[in-house]
Design a protein around this ligand. Structure first.
Ligand code: DC
Length: 228
């Protein structure tokens, strides 16, 4: 088991930002380029929402959700998520679970229960993580912190196109309203709200492609490595 001083030598790149900003895709590509591990912290809140739903636990029942979050048997394997051995990769990505995740994530009981698990993803040679509080709470000592965002209209448009390209039904106005309410909940909750910390680099992707965003993060990482 690595101790804290060993852990702090393992570099972390923390990419935080609002829903559908593209941070997950950017984080995964950056991790691939650097040969680092990748961890999607939002998946944990989605899993809590999913498991609560299955067990008829309300998304506002902070105590029950906290207990549930302590006892999850999660396995991440390549790009797949398993809970108690069952593959739930797509199930947790539904619009319903997106909303549920945002609701269960407001409870400190849930966030505290997931702390150690999140820290355990820090493994050599390095980690790229994305979420809401990666740079502000979980990996405060990250070597690089990025706040990746885009206007809510652009994010809604991207999500709309994604769904249409998959042959699914999509309603732009509904997507926009859902994103607005998740933004508000994630940014205004008292426990670990989404904020741009003073030491985080702002990356506005409304007018830039995923490839450009990846390049910017890699350049910033290179620069941060050169600092004495
Ligand atoms: O990144 P995502 O859309 O999969 O996250 C789903 C929800 O989980 C998001 O609306 C808020 C919550 N979340 C959080 O509170 N803290 C994180 N580090 C990651 C996600």
């Amino acid at each position: 088991m690595a101790n804290n001083s060993t852990l702090s030598t393992i570099p972390v790149i923390a990419i935080d930002g609002p829903s559908a900003s593209g941070k997950g895709t950017v984080a995964q590509l950056v991790a691939e380029k650097l040969n680092f591990h990748y961890f999607d912290s939002g998946a944990l809140y989605r899993i809590v929402a999913f498991e609560a739903y299955k067990n008829n636990i309300e998304w506002n029942d902070a105590e029950m959700l906290g207990e549930l979050a302590k006892n999850l048997k999660i396995q991440f394997s390549r790009n797949e998520i398993y809970l108690d051995g069952e593959r739930i990769t797509e199930a947790v990505r539904s619009e319903e679970m997106s909303s549920g995740a945002s609701q269960v994530a407001t409870h400190p009981q849930v966030r505290n229960a997931l702390l150690d698990l999140q820290c355990s993803f820090r493994k050599a040679p390095g980690l790229v993580v994305d979420g809401r509080d990666m740079g502000s709470v979980i990996f405060k000592d990250a070597v690089l912190k990025i706040f990746l965002t885009a206007s809510v209209e652009i994010r809604a448009e991207r999500r709309y196109k994604q769904l249409i390209n998959k042959g699914l039904n999509a309603n732009y106005a509904q997507i926009l309203a859902d994103l607005q309410s998740r933004d508000e909940r994630d940014s205004w909750r008292s426990a670990a709200p989404l904020i741009q910390t003073a030491d985080a680099l702002l990356l506005e992707t409304s007018k830039c492609s995923i490839e450009e965003a990846v390049k910017l993060v890699l350049n910033a990482y290179e620069i941060s490595n050169k600092k004495p």
